[in-house]
Design a protein around this ligand. Structure first.
Ligand SMILES: Cc1cc2nc3c(=O)[nH]c(=O)nc-3n(C[C@H](O)[C@H](O)[C@H](O)COP(=O)(O)O)c2cc1C
Length: 308
């Protein structure tokens, strides 16, 4: 992405600080172009053990069907401090945060090392908090977006205010806005720029790119025509995320509690086994509302079409 003139991002979520550092170095071996690294801000524990146990119980038949044991539903901070230490040392061009705004001291420490800091926001209130903490840019994520919602309060309603309304609302703020959610064509890019964004951030548009790490089951599901819609669910991870609407979401979303990352860890072996077995109905297929307009081809060619 970066060699093609975009700003490529490494996802650091669910990785150790060491593997994140190794990925940063590997990218630097491939390109001199700037790139970003994205971190999940740690979440406070909110789920009660009995609620967790009850949800595990309701997943038992899926687990036995796939012949796996559910994961240990632990709470963790995703190696937060170690990752920050690596980022202070390796100083990529941009670090972006999602799920919350980090302490102002962390943002300042990155900026002192020449790093630009982005915070993902989904509302005006979150934008104000991110600005108060000193963010350089905001990623304004609309509800159309694939993957996890960046909402600071993980239990807040999923939100339905479309991206373009959010952009209109935030465009008066004195900070550069990056628009995210449902951007899969050049026309989508133009619409976001005309509403005050300085750039767009796209995930779903690149899921079928030649270079994408999208798993085989996920890739096939995006183009098979078997899935016609997406929905927001907490059934896979305990936090709202948008993906192709499959049986797991249909069956478990109504009973699924909030509890990230415990539920992410609980369902992880189940999802891995489903992916291995080609079972597209028991794995999270993250995708935004624009998935059926996403393109195939090289990342460079998709970027060119988004920018045209
Ligand atoms: C498969 C997938 C994985 C994602 N992983 C992350 C992530 O690790 N961190 C993050 O901040 N956003 C992540 N996102 C969300 C994107 O940053 C962005 O908000 C979203 O893709 C924009 O909407 P779009 O999918 O409609 O382009 C992910 C999105 C998808 C589709």
């Amino acid at each position: 992405m970066s060699s093609a003139g975009g700003l490529g991002f490494l996802a650091a979520g669910y990785k150790t600080a060491d593997s994140m550092g190794a990925e940063i170095k590997a990218v630097r071996d491939l390109t001199d172009a700037p790139f970003g690294v994205n971190l999940f801000v740690p979440q406070p524990p909110i789920i009660r053990p009995d609620v967790l146990e009850q949800y595990a119980h309701s997943l038992a038949s899926d687990a036995s069907r796939l012949q796996v044991t559910l994961g240990d539903p632990r709470h963790d901070d995703d190696d937060w401090q170690n990752k920050l230490d690596v980022l202070y040392e390796l100083a990529p061009a941009v670090v972006s945060f999602t799920f919350d705004v980090p302490e102002a001291g962390i943002i300042t420490a990155l900026q002192e090392r020449g790093v630009s800091v982005t915070v993902t926001v989904t509302s005006r209130a979150e934008a104000k908090l991110a600005m108060a903490a000193g963010a350089d840019m905001l990623c304004v994520q609309g509800p159309e977006a694939g993957g996890h919602r960046g909402t600071f309060d993980p239990t807040a309603p999923a939100g339905v205010t479309p991206l373009h309304v959010l952009l209109n609302d935030l465009s008066s703020l004195e900070i550069p806005l990056i628009a995210a959610g449902g951007i899969v064509t050049g026309a989508d890019t133009r619409a976001a720029l005309s509403r005050g964004a300085v750039a767009v951030q796209a995930g779903t548009a690149f899921l079928r790119a030649d270079e994408a790490g999208t798993g085989a089951v996920h890739r096939a599901a995006l183009s098979s025509g078997q899935f016609t819609t997406t929905a927001v669910t907490k059934a896979f991870s305990g936090r709202y995320a948008r993906g192709l609407y499959n049986d797991f979401m249909r069956q478990h979303d109504p009973e699924a509690p909030f509890g990230y990352p415990e539920i992410h860890h609980l369902t992880r072996p189940l999802r891995a086994a489903a992916a291995g077995a080609g079972d597209s109905h028991r794995v999270n297929l993250w995708a935004g509302t624009g998935f059926n307009r996403s393109m195939v081809g090289s990342a460079r060619s998709i970027l060119a079409r988004l920018a045209t």
